[in-house]
Design a protein around this ligand. Structure first.
Ligand code: HEM
Length: 406
């Protein structure tokens, strides 16, 4: 492609109407944007950033707000359940709410708490692997990846096992409303999911108030108790529980699913991991980089900020493209190559700065156990037919991944 065509193609890029093939493989488009239009105007006052250094600069800036009330009011509908949800959770808040909720959550997601999850996770994964062999057409999403996070997050909030079934569908519906252009049908599903979730959580919260759990392990008890600065309001409490249940759900399913899919498409790397299971730590980091489950984050500048040598005015809405930053050749040698031993690997799959993912070590543990134990048990696993992709731009993942266990 001539440079001038490439520049035009980059400038014409739209997230709401991406070019054909983008959902299946966005990386050539990201490369075009990084090279020819790294501060890409999506609309007046709205930029898409694709270079690692630029994305990092915004994550680390104290003048980049996560509050989304102004964006969400017209898009989600002021006063609707889905608007209330997405404007009350910590991820879309600034201090002081963000600081308080994050401190409470982090206290229950420390290394000690995570280590305690390991034995239960191993038996959950081994049980799923056992059943996989009985399936006529094993699907590594439905029968495996999607079954793990729901149990882990359910345990964190001590949701009774029999009540976990609707969590995945609620989570999918609520997070889908964050797509760049959610239609009326999607919004209706999201509103219904928030309302049903709230009804369910009120009962769970009442029950936990009557019978508190161990605040070292039970996040809900911790959120209910509050800290020296007081307790959360009912709205803050319920919506942050919903957020937590959602945050660790689809993302981790997609880390495991995308990771296994990438390995199936790179049998040399798959066999490298089978031969050397000690590679699992760097392998999980590389799978996070290579096919990041969350592709986009957003901020609004609260002061002028220099990005990539340009002064970007206060008020600019910035979309940070994690997927593009994680393939930036300025940071990663041969970025389109999957290299399970890659080191260093400064990927941005968990974001960075004040809002960096609170559950990153939970997700890493789940992926290490899921991928490691699957390959130990079924080292000759291969793809059986086409994987079916989830067709959204913010969340990158698969709906189905049929395999032959070998
Ligand atoms: C592979 C799986 C995961 C990925 C890729 C992921 C990604 C992210 C990213 C990129 C952010 C930053 C959002 C921003 O800056 O605007 C974030 C925030 C967050 N994540 Fe995760 N996440 C994952 C799993 C989890 C898990 C398992 C949990 C909970 C156990 C969790 C809880 C959170 C929370 C609470 C926040 C908000 C932090 C804050 O605003 O201070 N995530 N996640």
């Amino acid at each position: 492609m001539l440079d001038i065509d490439a520049r035009d193609a980059a400038r014409a890029f739209s997230l709401t109407q991406p070019p054909p093939g983008f959902i299946d493989d966005p990386y050539p488009v990201y490369a075009l944007l990084r090279e020819h239009d790294p501060l890409h105007e999506l609309a007046p006052g709205s930029l898409l950033l694709t270079r690692h250094a630029d994305v990092l600069a915004v994550y680390r800036s104290p003048n980049a707000s996560s509050d989304k009330k102004a964006e969400f009011a017209p898009r989600l509908g002021l006063g609707t359940p889905i608007y209330e949800h997405h404007t009350s959770s910590l991820v879309f808040s600034d201090p002081p709410l963000h600081t308080r909720v994050r401190r409470l959550l982090m206290g229950a997601l420390n290394q000690r708490a995570i280590s305690r999850m390991e034995a239960g996770l191993v038996s959950l994964v081994d049980g799923l692997l056992e059943h996989l062999a009985d399936r006529p057409a094993p699907d590594l999403i439905e029968d495996f990846a999607a079954r793990i996070p729901v149990e882990v997050i359910g345990n964190l909030l001590a949701v009774p096992h029999a009540e976990r079934e609707p969590l995945r569908d609620w989570s999918l519906a609520i997070l889908s409303a964050l797509e760049p252009a959610p239609g009326p049908e999607l919004l209706a599903r999201a509103n219904a999911a928030v309302s049903d979730f709230i009804v369910y959580l009120r009962q769970l919260v009442d029950e936990r108030r009557r019978h508190p759990g161990d605040p070292e392990a039970d996040v809900l008890t911790r959120l209910l108790q509050g800290d020296a600065e007081g307790v959360l309001s009912e709205t803050e409490l319920l919506h942050n529980c919903i957020f937590l249940l959602n945050a660790g759900h689809e993302t981790t399913t997609n880390l495991i699913g995308n990771g296994l899919h990438a390995l199936l498409r790179h049998p040399g790397e798959l066999q490298r991991l089978v031969a050397d299971p000690a590679l699992i730590n760097t392998a999980v980091e590389e799978l996070l980089r290579y096919e990041s489950p969350l592709q986009l984050n957003n901020r609004r500048l609260t002061a002028e900020l220099e990005i990539g040598g340009q002064d970007i005015p206060v008020g600019t809405f910035v979309t940070l493209c994690i997927g593009a930053a994680n393939r930036d050749p300025a940071v990663f040698a041969d970025p389109d190559r999957l290299d399970l031993a890659r080191k260093p690997n400064n990927h941005l799959a968990f974001g960075q700065g004040a809002h960096a993912c609170s559950g990153m070590n939970v997700a890493r543990l789940e992926a290490r156990i899921a991928v490691g134990r699957l390959l130990a048990r079924y080292p000759h696993v291969t793809a059986a037919g086409d994987a079916e992709r989830d067709r959204r731009v913010r969340f990158r993942g698969l709906r189905h991944l049929p395999v032959d266990l070998g």
